[in-house]
Design a protein around this ligand. Structure first.
Ligand code: ATP
Ligand code: MG
Length: 587
């Protein structure tokens, strides 16, 4: 994507405000045109003064008055236009920045986990903040300066040629020098600028990663080491940044010199033309003022190119995220079948994070409404992955999953996920109040319903001991709660959601035995009327299941009821004996 394409994409993001944007741009243009009048009027006043005899005041004033009135008129017009542009362009740019920021966050939230996990959230945050800042600046400067500066240059040159073509040639050469230098430096620094931005993103990702693992950093005495990593990236940023700064310093020196030389040339040439009677003093004054205007515009364009050259990689990163099409999205004919009965079927499902290694390999099973199926197996066997396919965190590469006989890819994503309640292996909580965390799946739930769900999940006691009860803010990822408390909140949250299909991934692993027993009794009452998929190492949970699948390296190697499996004396018996020291008589 070239700079111009980038610019046009940024302007496209103005969306519904595009029309107001163009109105402002044209107002600004009118403003820029009005400014040309000043040097012309100034020259005319000087010529009028030099033509009229100084002794006759009334003749002099008669010649000058109309010009001064015209000047006042242009002045008032300029003030009105610039106030309008300043007021509205600021509002417009701020409004659009927030609209684009919302679009970005919504887009990122729609990206499936497989795409999310490639990028650190700190990096995504940095791309969002810097991208929207750059867009804000680009819109604002487009309406306030850039369009007017570029169009002024296009208009000023023919006007200068009209006033005096010989002097205008000097200005044209100056424009060419500025244009060539800017283009040259932009090309020279493009790769370096991209490297700088890449390092800045690494810096954001590292900082966010370090800050979100602060207890790990402190307990492993890693502060010094983390700082060294940070400094290494900073060194890389500076290593790429300094040559860019040097190149732009060269441009500044060269453009300043070219400007001084051009002004000197105009004055020398002007004096010579005056001695040859080819120009009036007024025309020389007009021309020098014109040269001043053109040089100011050229300076603006170079400063803008410098800034855009530096910021372009931020916009490339920003657009790259916005252009990432979600792999998992609603089909155009996606349906919302309402509340499902809960008949879940996996048909030869295969999934790999990294081919050719399969995390889930040819998985087939069925759960009738109200039944419970348990997945057991060694760590890394693919249990969590298999169940995450049901709520489409990922899509299988082959095979398919149906709910009530409908392929889950035909569901609207929200309709599918509304039907599934998940207690994740790692309790995921927001840095919000306990009540807000509980209500994320059922925003309308009453306080009474909240208390009831918490009582069933054995969470009411500890919530009531919190300083603000249900209104207590529980810190990033629920950091102010214990592991077991976090787990009980996740269970209460899913009970409140009341979905017909439940996924419990090690839902009670952090609870002590008596608490787990109470939670399991509560869960039993709930799972009775729901299709439940449970991953558990605890014997108590597995025993209740209608069917148990034993997984190993992504495959189901044994399946059946607890008793039948235990009788087989295979992998399941081995796991049970290793974990619980069970003897065959246990059954
Ligand atoms: N987001 C991911 N990207 C790449 N590989 C992954 C990802 N998540 C899991 N894996 C890999 O897939 C395999 C299965 O992981 P999974 O989490 O499904 O195992 P599990 O049976 O739930 O294990 P545990 O009992 O420890 O929770 C593992 O080898 C793991 O390293
Ligand atoms: Mg797991």
């Amino acid at each position: 994507m070239g700079i111009f394409h980038l610019y046009s994409r940024a302007l496209d993001l103005l969306g519904t405000d595009r029309r107001l944007g163009w109105v402002l741009a044209f107002a600004n243009l009118a403003l820029a045109c009005a400014l040309f009048a000043e040097p012309i009027l100034f020259g005319r006043v000087i010529d009028a003064l030099s033509r009229t005899p100084s002794a006759d005041a009334s003749v002099t004033w008669n010649a000058v008055w109309p010009l001064l009135l015209l000047w006042i008129g242009f002045g008032l017009f300029t003030i009105t236009c610039s106030t309008t542009v300043a007021l509205f362009s600021d509002r417009l740019a701020h409004r659009r920045r927030h609209a684009v920021l919302t679009t970005y966050v919504e887009h990122v939230l729609h990206l499936p986990l497989a795409q999310q996990s490639k990028t650190h959230s700190g990096r995504l945050m940095k791309i969002m903040l810097q991208g929207t800042d750059t867009l804000w600046w680009l819109w604002l400067s487009f309406f306030r300066e850039h369009l007017a500066a570029i169009v002024s240059l296009i208009i000023l040159i023919p006007v200068a040629l009209y006033i005096n073509w010989r002097l205008a040639l000097v200005l044209i050469v100056l424009c060419l020098v500025f244009g060539f230098l800017t283009h040259f430096i932009l090309r020279k620094t493009q790769v370096l600028q991209q490297q700088i931005e890449g390092h800045h993103s690494d810096l954001a990702a590292l900082t966010a990663d370090t800050l979100s693992n602060i207890s790990l950093v402190q307990s492993f005495a890693r502060i010094q080491a983390e700082m060294q990593s940070l400094q290494r990236i900073s060194q890389r940023v500076l290593g790429a940044q300094f040559p860019v700064l040097s190149w732009w310093a060269v441009v500044t020196v060269l453009t300043r010199s070219a400007t001084t030389i051009s002004i000197l040339c105009i004055i020398v040439l002007g004096v010579w033309l005056y001695t040859e009677s080819l120009i009036t003093i007024g025309e020389i004054v007009t021309f020098v003022a014109f040269a001043g205007l053109i040089i100011a515009r050229l300076d603006q364009v170079v400063a803008f190119a410098n800034k855009l050259g530096g910021d372009a990689p931020r916009l490339y990163e920003f657009f790259a995220v916005l252009d990432t099409a979600p792999d998992i999205k609603d089909r155009p004919d996606a349906i919302d079948p309402g509340r499902c009965t809960g008949l879940v079927e996996f048909h030869g499902v295969c999934f790999s994070y990294h081919a050719p290694h399969r995390a889930v390999d040819d998985l087939s099973f069925a759960i009738k409404p109200g039944q419970t199926i348990a997945l057991v197996g060694a760590s890394g066997a693919g249990k969590s992955t298999a169940l995450s396919l049901l709520y489409r965190a990922f899509d299988p590469q082959s095979g398919h999953i149906t709910i009530d006989g409908i392929d889950i890819r035909q569901f609207q994503l929200t309709a599918l996920r509304r039907n599934i309640g998940v207690v994740f292996q790692e309790p995921l909580l927001f840095n919000r109040s306990i009540a807000d965390n509980l209500r994320i799946g059922s925003p309308e739930a009453s306080d009474e319903a909240l208390r009831e769900a918490c009582a069933r999940a054995q969470a009411l006691d500890f919530i009531e001991h919190q300083p603000d009860g249900f209104n207590t803010i529980i810190g990033e990822r629920g950091r102010t709660l214990s592991g077991g408390e976090r787990q009980r909140l996740s269970i209460a949250r899913v009970l409140l959601k009341d979905a017909p299909i439940l996924i419990l991934d090690e839902a009670t692993s952090a609870l002590d035995t008596p608490t787990e027993a109470s939670v399991l009794t509560a869960l039993e009452a709930v799972t009775h009327s729901r299709s439940t998929l449970v991953i558990a190492h605890r014997l108590s949970t597995i025993r209740q299941a209608d069917q148990i699948l034993v997984m190993d390296a992504g495959k189901v190697i044994e399946s059946g009821s607890f008793e039948a499996l235990y009788q087989q004396n295979g992998r399941f018996t081995e796991i049970m004996q290793q974990q619980y020291g069970l003897m065959p008589s246990v059954k």
